[in-house]
Design a protein around this ligand. Structure first.
Ligand SMILES: *Cc1c(COP(=O)(O)O)cnc(C)c1O
Length: 347
């Protein structure tokens, strides 16, 4: 949407970095095709630009959570497959049969509902996460006639850890292969790709690492940040020893210092966990957050950066492991809570 004036808060995203991350994950997926989870507005970065960029890179399988998200991307994802992970309820049938996107069927009831359409679908097997999906024994006992299963899928609960659960989920998933007719198999999310060839099957489904997330060390050398926040300085002020900053006066100056108030806050997804912990940047200098993060504002210590003033832009690369460590949020939370007030700019 064209803005009539410039916004004081930007989310700069790199098409090159996003495409490079997908290519890295595609290569690590070996013989499997690499898809992309683009739910939650492309993990907060903007689903439309994410899908268009990944299509150009060669991605042909996209995963969203809801039918509304599928409708949003279907218009420009013409020669790609779209799967709705949250499945299909009776209330969804009208929209589900009007779109090209297919459901990930998650229960026997959903299979009955979908059988009458004759349309293609994917099927989720619950291999131990106990979130969505059909239990293996139940799946093997079902009547699969008239169900055109494209991809038989399951989802790893602990792929970011060296947990025995990974192997046990792999084994549980394997028990259904001979019992359900299907075209392809899919198990690995971002972290699962780093678990190696046994987990790749025919199609991988990374989300987090496309956007710069590093859920396992094996990925850290290969995945790059995709986004960078920039916020404008609204005001600067000098403090004397004893002056306090922000709600509940959690910061007290122990020396004379200069602070900048910038136009980002917890309503933008820069949550209160960054209070007293976050760090913005300018010209290679670190500018620490002082006091509490407010809804729309943050105070930074800019002492020693005498040139900075109202209207200047300060930056924060979305280095997700760093931001997660500072805030106590997961890398997923840091990304997907990024709010609506950003001017999302792709280059
Ligand atoms: C979100 C999701 C993914 C992507 O997971 P990441 O950890 O972000 O790579 C893959 N599969 C399913 C079923 C999901 O819900």
């Amino acid at each position: 949407m064209a803005e009539t004036h410039s916004l004081p808060l930007r989310l700069n995203c790199s098409r090159g970095a996003l495409a490079a991350n997908w290519q890295t994950l595609d290569a690590m997926s070996g013989a499997a095709s690499c898809g992309a989870a683009v739910k939650a507005n492309g993990y907060g970065l903007g689903a439309e630009e994410v899908v268009k960029t990944l299509l150009k890179a060669g991605c042909r399988n996209f995963f969203v959570a809801t039918w509304a998200e599928a409708r949003e991307i279907e218009a420009f994802a013409e020669d790609a497959q779209i799967t709705v992970l949250n499945g299909v309820l009776p209330d969804d049938m009208a929209v589900a049969t009007s779109l090209r996107a297919k459901p990930m069927l998650n229960s026997a009831r959903q299979i009955e509902l979908w059988r009458q359409t004759g349309l293609p679908c994917d099927v989720m097997i619950n291999s131990g996460m106990n979130r969505l999906g059909i239990n293996p024994a139940e799946a093997c006992a079902l009547d699969w006639s008239g169900i055109a299963v494209d991809t038989l899928a399951s989802h790893l609960a602990s792929a970011d850890e060296n947990s025995p659960q990974n192997q046990s989920q792999l084994e549980a998933f394997r028990t259904v292969f001979g019992q359900i007719p299907h075209q392809r198999k899919s198990l690995a999310n971002s972290a699962g790709i780093a678990l190696g060839a046994d987990y790749a099957f025919d199609l991988t489904r990374p989300g987090l690492s496309l956007y710069g997330g590093v859920p396992r060390d094996e990925l850290s050398a290969h995945i790059q940040p995709v986004g960078q926040i920039e916020a404008q300085i609204l005001q600067t002020r000098t403090l004397q020893p004893g002056d306090q900053v922000g709600y509940n006066a959690t910061f007290t100056a122990t020396r004379a210092m200069t602070v900048a108030i910038i136009s980002v806050g917890y309503a933008d997804g820069y949550l209160r966990g960054f209070s007293g912990k976050g760090i913005f940047h300018h010209d290679g200098q670190s500018l620490p957050v002082v006091g509490r993060v407010s809804m729309d504002l943050v105070a930074l210590d800019i002492s020693g950066n005498a040139g900075l003033g109202e209207g200047d832009w300060l930056s924060l690369p979305l280095d997700l492991p760093v931001l997660s460590a500072q805030s106590g949020l997961s890398q997923y939370e840091v990304l997907t809570t990024l709010g609506r007030r950003f001017d999302r700019r792709w280059a």
